[in-house]
Structure formats: C-alpha cells, structure tokens
Design a protein around this ligand. Structure first.
Ligand SMILES: Nc1nc2c(ncn2[C@@H]2O[C@H](COP(=O)(O)OP(=O)(O)O)[C@@H](O)[C@H]2O)c(=O)[nH]1
Ligand SMILES: [Mg+2]
Length: 389
C-alpha cells in the first residue's frame, strides 16, 4: 500500500522518498477513493434542488433531497452520486440562518472534513460568498461556484427588455460577476457554472457535470495530497516523544560535566553535547541541509521555498546554538565565579544551571524541529498539488 510506504519514509526521516512514493501514484489509482463534496451556500439558494438535478431526481422522488421555502436542516445529508461513482454530495444546512449564523457557519459544520466544495448562490456574488471562498482557500481546498436559478434571471430580463433580450449575453454577465468576486479572493481561473436545476439540459448544467467528471481523478488526488500531513503527524509526534525520552539523559550528562571545576569547561561541554543532539534531531526528522536539498530536487522547486517555512529556530542549527550561548553562557559565568569562593556550592550551581537549561532548551529545539518537519512536508505536498492545478 502506498500509504504504508509513505509512513515508513516519514518514520525514517526520508521526506524525499515520501514525496517520490506520492508522485509515483497513477491517476487511476485514485479511482477507489471517495470525494466528499459539500454543496453549500445561503439558505434557499437552491442547494438541495441542485443535488436532486445532479442525481437525476425530482423534488418529492424517493431518495431526493428535501427542498422548499423552509430550511430546517440541522445536519449535512449524504447523497452518493449514481452517475459518478466515488462521489458523495453533501447537502449542507443554509448559511446565515438562526441555527447557522454567518460568523460560526464554517466551525459549526466543521467544513474542513469535506474534500471539495460547490458554493450555490442564487443572486449576485455577495460578501458571504466571498467569506466562504476565503475559508475554502485557507484550507487549501478547491471549489466550483454554481449560480442557480438562471431561468428566473432570464425570465425577468425577457419581461423587462423584450426587444434587446440576449440569453447568452445575460448568462455571460452573470458568469463575469461571479468570476470577478471569486478571483478577488485570490482564486486563479475560477470555475463558474450558471444553471437552472429545473432545466438540467440547458445553460451550464451539462458543462458542470462534464467538468466534474473530467476533473474527478485530479480532484481526488488533490484531496489525497491534502490528507497526507495528517497521516504524517502521528509518526512525527511519535518520533518526537521517543527523542524527548532521551533529553533528560543528555541534560544529566551536561550537569555532571558542568560540576567539574575547570573554568570554561562546563560551557564548552554543554555547547558540544547540545550541538551534537541538535544535529541529530535535524537529521533524524529529515530536515538537515542534505535531506532538504534532496527533497527540493524531488519536488523540483528551489530549496529556499522549503526552508522559508522553517520558522521556529531559523533554517540552520547555528541560530539555536546562539540561543544556547546567550542563555547558558551568562548563567555558567556566574556559577564559575562562585567556584573561587565556595567550590562545592559552585559545582552544584554550575551543574544545576546546566541541567535545567540543557533540558529545557533541548526540549524546545526538539519540538521546533518536529514542527518544522510538519511544515516542510506540507509545503512539499502543496508544491505537488500546484503542479497539477
Ligand atoms: N426557478 C427556480 N427555482 C429554483 C431553482 N432551484 C431551486 N429553486 C427553488 O428555490 C427554493 C429553494 O430551493 P432549495 O433547493 O430548497 O434551496 P436550499 O435551501 O439551498 O436547499 C425552492 O422553492 C426551489 O423550488 C431553479 O433553478 N430555478
Ligand atoms: Mg436545502
């Protein structure tokens, strides 16, 4: 199984191998995956009607989604698509009702559990649509925007200006309005479909279904790549826990060394033991310079793009070493000063200072390197997703 190989590579701190395993997967291998599509938007915009039309059902048919003037839905409802296997359409409660106010809609419904989004809007592109687009973008996920009830717009236009009525021009104006709103949120090439769920053979409805079908494997791969950081996370945490268990031994070692009353020795020993462990962390997680270069080559992007996300300690262990010299240096100097007067007390102070600082700084470094690993992996996977966008 590809995921086992991925997990093993993460476990061995070989991020380049993990990415290579992902790259080797063929589009067909995603056939068996399910894509969870949340059909979302404001209440009454036509979400349930759109789902029915996509399933080839009419309101009131057995298995059809509930439609109408009232929106009493409190839970998303799942509808497997009989025409596109491997798709589950989720009919979502409407946004901006008393149950689901705008501000809390995304958290209340835990939108992050869905792979892909169809936002349904029945009027002009509005700020609540922009808010949804932003949230979906933030999650790194993708969306289609469906502008529903085209029949009503066309009807209104035909009645208002029968002489200059031009169906294609009106549809294009609606598409442009939606595309502009979505693009303003930073989405490149927004996919907008103007449909009437009452006439699934007209306007952009057939194109919506064709596009979804054509992009299905690509969308499944995208969702798969997005799920991988969560697959790696427990493995990275496990490694962190096992290395953390050894931190106190290192700290005890520097404590004993620090108690030797030779001026400067405590600091030097702590420094070198600390340095050794820090390098060990970087290489064990696979974010040392050599491993990062290999990963960058595998992804095909410059190494700085990966190291740019390593925020905690900077991109080289030297930053961490400076942190150590700043905090330990001063404390050990004080301890060494007291040796001259009270040797036993001096040794205890020096040892104690060394124990505590080594323990805490090493722990902090370990946690930072683990966080950096997670970030670097996410960045590499993001680069993979962008390649096929
Ligand atoms: N004219 C027209 N009415 C629609 C269309 N889609 C939905 N409706 C109507 O709009 C109302 C709300 O639709 P519904 O699907 O229940 O919206 P939801 O709350 O977003 O699920 C219902 O009365 C539907 O009959 C459409 O494409 N054209
Ligand atoms: Mg509904």
């Amino acid at each position: 199984m590809a995921l086992d190989g991925f997990r093993t590579a993460i476990h061995h701190g070989n991020l380049a191998d993990a990415i290579s395993i992902v790259q080797q997967r063929t589009p067909q291998s995603f056939n068996s995956h399910t894509l969870s599509i949340a059909v979302t938007g404001e209440s009454g915009s036509g979400k349930s009607s759109l789902i029915n039309a996509m399933l080839g059902l009419h309101a009131g048919d057995e298995g059809a989604a509930e439609t109408g003037m009232l929106d009493t839905m409190t839970e998303p409802m799942a509808y497997p698509d009989p025409f596109l296997p491997g798709i589950t359409l989720w009919d979502m409660p409407g946004m901006g009702t008393s149950y689901f106010p705008l501000n809390t809609y995304c958290e209340q419904l835990n939108l992050s559990r869905f792979d892909f989004f169809i936002i349904v809007g029945s009027q002009r592109f509005r700020s609540e649509h922009a808010r949804l687009v932003r949230e979906i973008q933030r999650m790194g996920k993708r969306l289609y925007f469906v502008r529903s009830k085209a029949d009503m717009d066309l009807d209104a236009s035909r009645r208002q200006r029968p002489s200059s009525y031009n169906e294609e021009r009106i549809l294009e104006q609606i598409r442009e309005d939606c595309r502009g709103g979505i693009a303003a949120e930073g989405v490149g090439h927004p996919k907008v479909f103007v449909v009437s769920s009452w006439e699934p053979n007209r306007y952009d409805f057939p194109l919506l279904q064709q596009t979804l079908k054509a992009e299905l494997l690509h969308l499944k791969r995208h969702a798969f790549l997005l799920s991988l950081p969560a697959v790696a996370s427990p493995i990275i945490n496990e490694k962190k826990a096992s290395l953390k268990g050894k931190v106190w031994k290192t700290a005890l070692f520097s404590c004993l060394l620090a108690a030797i009353p030779v001026p400067g020795l405590a600091f030097l020993c702590t420094f070198f033991s600390f340095r050794k462990h820090l390098f060990q962390y970087y290489s064990s997680f696979g974010v040392d310079d050599r491993a990062l270069s290999a990963l960058a080559r595998q992804v095909g992007n410059p190494v700085w793009e990966l190291t740019a996300v390593m925020t905690s300690l900077g991109t080289t262990p030297m930053t961490a070493l400076k942190l150590l010299s700043d905090s330990v240096g001063a404390a050990v100097m004080v301890a060494e000063y007291s040796w001259k007067r009270l040797p036993l007390f001096g040794a205890m102070v020096s040892g104690g200072v060394s124990l505590v600082t080594t323990y805490f700084i090493l722990q902090k470094c370990l946690a930072s390197v683990a966080d950096d690993t997670q970030r670097v992996l996410s960045k590499a996977l993001e680069a993979e997703r962008e390649k096929t966008n």
